[in-house]
Design a protein around this ligand. Structure first.
Ligand SMILES: [Zn+2]
Length: 256
């Protein structure tokens, strides 16, 4: 089994490869390419959330404890007083970090269904759905980067379970890169989630005729008088990117 340092190193190498490909080959902007990098690295450490005392487990619930209440507030509640918002944030953090974490750890075992190919597909689906309004092609690449990082982790776990010195296989061999887990219930549950997600994505997404990354409405890729970004040099793209990020920030926070 590879440890956290080895996994994050593997993830960074994978992330850099994806970023270079998306920037130089696919014509993504700096912001989009960096997103690919972050998602690739995230995917590569994610499977170890099933290990109760691991760094990814602590990190995940720490981040979710901050993020879930904020997203919830943003979506469902408005016109709250400062005291109410503070109360909501604190309660949300405690519930996520302690109660949700406790339940998650209770129901997951290390090297169970979270260390499997179906889990990688679910993670890709979550990323795809999470980027809501972004252009279709960007979402596909984001989902593939995160699921790809996840698979890199599983492959590394399998490689590390081969005891090279002894020419033997450790007990953990074959428990990561699999299509099922030891428990039938969690395996079936994983496939049910995949089918449900597939239907949700199918019903909510219109697949564009051309896979042009500039087709999205809220993607960071701007349209420049019919000139697509693929035809621009990387330095032009960088400037356009910085410029469009500034303009959208200004529009959002200053002009309103
Ligand atoms: Zn692992």
């Amino acid at each position: 089994m590879a440890n956290f340092k080895q996994h994050i190193s593997g993830g960074i190498i994978f992330g850099i490869l994806c970023t270079l490909t998306s920037f130089f080959v696919m014509g993504f902007t700096v912001v989009n390419s960096l997103t690919v990098f972050i998602l690739g690295v995230l995917g590569s450490i994610l499977p170890d959330v099933d290990c109760d005392s691991s760094t990814p487990n602590h990190l995940l619930f720490e981040v979710m404890g901050l993020l879930i209440p904020v997203l919830f507030l943003n979506r469902f509640l408005s016109n709250l007083s400062v005291e109410n918002i503070l109360f909501f944030l604190i309660v949300g953090y405690i519930v996520t970090k302690y109660a949700l974490k406790f339940i998650f750890n209770k129901f997951t075992v290390h090297r169970g269904v979270v260390h499997s190919i179906p889990a990688a597909i679910i993670v890709g689906g979550i990323v795809f759905l999470g980027f809501g309004e972004t252009s279709f092609s960007l979402k596909v690449i984001y989902a593939m980067a995160c699921a790809g990082g996840f698979i890199v982790h599983l492959v590394m776990d399998e490689i590390w379970s081969v005891d090279l010195g002894n020419n033997r296989l450790k007990n953990s061999f074959g428990t990561a890169l699999t299509l099922w887990s030891g428990s039938i219930i969690s395996t079936v549950a994983a496939y049910v989630v995949i089918v449900a997600m597939g239907l949700l994505i199918y019903s909510s997404t219109t697949i564009p005729k051309s896979l042009d990354i500039s087709e999205g409405q809220t993607s960071a890729v701007p349209r420049l008088e019919g000139k697509t970004l693929q035809k621009m040099g990387w330095a032009d793209r960088f400037l356009v990117d910085i410029n469009s990020t500034w303009t959208s920030l200004l529009n959002r926070y200053v002009k309103n």
